[in-house]
Design a protein around this ligand. Structure first.
Ligand code: DHB
Length: 367
């Protein structure tokens, strides 16, 4: 095939560093997509180039520039953390290169460039259902604890607004730094405050360390319920968390235990190809590739605005459930589940027990 018969997709992921589990999950999901669907789309051969930014925004920006200028990629994808996606947004705009965000989940990201779309989720989208559940389940006083950057700030704000609207009280809003989080000082504050529940957001990869310290400090025994976004009971780590995780209620868009034929097929194929369970990062990587293939088929292999337009408004059945790419906001619309950690056949899973259908990002709805 001649050079013009090939389109390249530049994927930038944290394959090393503190967010390496995000890179590992998404990389595995992209490989599974290509293994199952081949390397042709829009009449062209698709070549996926994966680069490691180690979670450092300056590196993401440099790699994106190189992929656009030297490799002439038709699209950029990946983006394991919010600052990495935001650092790349101006490059997408200037070069008119579509950018598929597969992990980062601060609401504002899709507003940073008209060339950004997203297959992960937003924290406001994932959080409101949990605030409703808490208020209906004898939780009156809450302390919140979030990582102090974009998605944590979104989670803190949307949880507090909704929970307060429902008559609840947020006693204290605690934050931990993104790098090198030591939870001991904040957990002591939670213990002293004696809330009915602690609401937590932490990015993927920090949940196991948090759970360990939550148990070591005796918070589970002190009668403080733990509620969280699904990032904390991440399927990548959940099964190793032990009994302390049992009963934790979370809300999110994906559980490896989601009961649908499409998910059973996805999980079986993923687990056959890898030594680990897919988490919400994997499903977004898989669907991101699907969206790019649909887009390239629609644009006949062209990039730029043609590819962007072909991705807008797409509806498909994901392993997570039905999803839509909102044509106005380029944001994913999806079902959000309330789940509880249970032991199923000897393994810990997030077992879904309630669902809100077709949830749009609430941060955009109100503008
Ligand atoms: C982000 C990263 C995560 O690992 C996650 O679970 C949610 C959000 C982010 O940086 O946007």
């Amino acid at each position: 095939l001649a050079q013009s018969d090939t389109v390249k997709i530049g994927v930038i992921l944290p394959m090393t560093g503190p967010s390496a589990s995000t890179g590992k999950q998404i990389d595995a999901a992209i490989k599974l997509w290509v293994a199952q669907n081949g390397n042709k789309a829009g009449g062209k051969k698709v070549e996926v180039i994966v680069k490691d930014d180690a979670g450092v925004a300056d590196t993401t920006r440099r790699l994106a520039q190189e992929l656009v200028v030297n490799d002439k990629v038709v699209a950029l994808a990946g983006f394991g953390l919010t600052p990495l996606a935001l650092a790349t947004a101006p490059i997408a705009t200037q070069s008119k290169t579509p950018m598929v965000v597969m992990a980062a989940a601060t609401s504002a990201i899709t507003e940073a460039s008209p060339f950004i779309t997203r297959t992960s989720f937003t924290l406001p989208q994932a959080t409101l259902g949990l605030a409703d559940w808490a208020a209906k389940n004898k939780i009156k006083k809450v302390v919140s604890l979030v990582t102090d950057y974009g998605p944590g700030n979104d989670a803190e704000k949307y949880f507090a607004e909704r929970f307060t609207l429902n008559g609840g009280v947020v006693m204290e809003k605690l934050r931990t730094p993104l790098r090198g989080a030591d939870f001991a000082p904040v957990l002591q504050k939670v213990r002293d405050a004696q809330p009915d529940a602690l609401f937590v957001f932490l990015p993927s990869g920090q949940g196991a360390a948090f759970m360990k310290q939550f148990a070591e400090r005796g918070l589970d025994k002190a009668g403080i319920r733990l509620i969280a976004t699904g990032d904390v009971t991440d399927d990548d780590q959940l099964n190793d968390m032990g009994d302390v995780a049992l009963g934790v209620v979370t809300s999110q868009h994906y559980s490896a235990a989601h009961d649908s034929p499409a998910n059973k097929k996805f999980v079986a194929a993923f687990e056959a190809a890898n030594k680990f369970r897919p988490n919400f990062m994997a499903v977004a990587g898989y669907d991101g590739m699907r969206l790019l293939y649909i887009g390239l088929n629609g644009s006949k292999g062209q990039g730029g605005e043609a590819l962007m337009n072909a991705m807008k408004g797409q509806i498909f059945e994901s392993p997570r459930g039905p999803v839509l790419i909102d044509a106005q906001t380029r944001e994913i619309v999806q079902d959000i589940y309330t789940r509880k950690v249970e032991r199923v056949n000897g393994q810990l899973y997030n077992v879904e027990f309630d669902v809100q259908k077709a949830v749009k990002d609430p941060a955009k709805n109100r503008k």
